[in-house]
Ligand binder design. Structure first.
Ligand SMILES: [Zn+2]
Length: 184
């Protein structure tokens, strides 16, 4: 790595983004720090109507660095994901987000993941990388997760693999909460 690149990275926050926060507009917010994405996230958001221009601009101003996770980091993350049971919910690209974050954490002290994906947040928490969603305004989450049984319709607010009523594999649903607006 080039020296001055490493120096700037040490001082600032290093922020790893997943596709969900890019969809939710993270790059249009003025968040200080150096942002990283794995190459698969770039592929994923490149097809988006507005995403492409935003990404290109961020790359141009060197606000965004695209990384390819190495095999070892990826294997380590897969191992952790099997331990937590998140492996079924996480795509290869989700795992790449975590893999590059873990790698960066070994180099720099301050690394955080921005993701609105519950499973990424869960695994990040497990492996000790701070993770935040952006789909809130600092007060309360706009999304609530819910697991529902496709067999009998039983619901659970906790992550549940199999239905406690009938044993069918639960499916995750995202509930959008109504935003409370302040009047005044
Ligand atoms: Zn059931």
């Amino acid at each position: 790595m080039k020296e001055n690149e490493a120096n700037t990275s040490k001082k600032k926050d290093n922020i790893v983004l997943d596709a969900s926060v890019i969809y939710n507009g993270v790059l249009t917010h003025n968040i200080p720090g150096i942002k990283y994405i794995p190459d698969c996230v770039l592929d994923e958001v490149s097809g988006m109507l507005k995403g492409e221009a935003i990404i290109e601009e961020a790359l141009l101003y060197k606000e965004l660095i695209v990384l390819t996770p190495d095999n070892k980091s990826l294997l380590d993350i897969k191992q952790k994901a099997s331990e937590t049971g998140d492996i079924q919910e996480l795509s290869e690209c989700d795992l790449s987000v975590l893999a590059i974050a873990k790698k960066l954490q070994m180099q720099y002290t301050s690394v955080i993941i921005l993701s609105d994906d519950y499973d990424i947040q869960n695994l990040a928490n497990y492996i000790g990388i701070p993770c935040k969603g952006i789909h809130w305004k600092g007060i309360t989450s706009l999304h609530e997760y819910l697991w529902q049984c496709p067999g009998c319709g039983a619901k659970s607010k906790e992550k549940t693999k199999n239905c406690i009523e009938c044993g069918t594999e639960m499916v995750r649903k995202t509930q959008k909460k109504k935003m409370k607006r302040k009047r005044g």
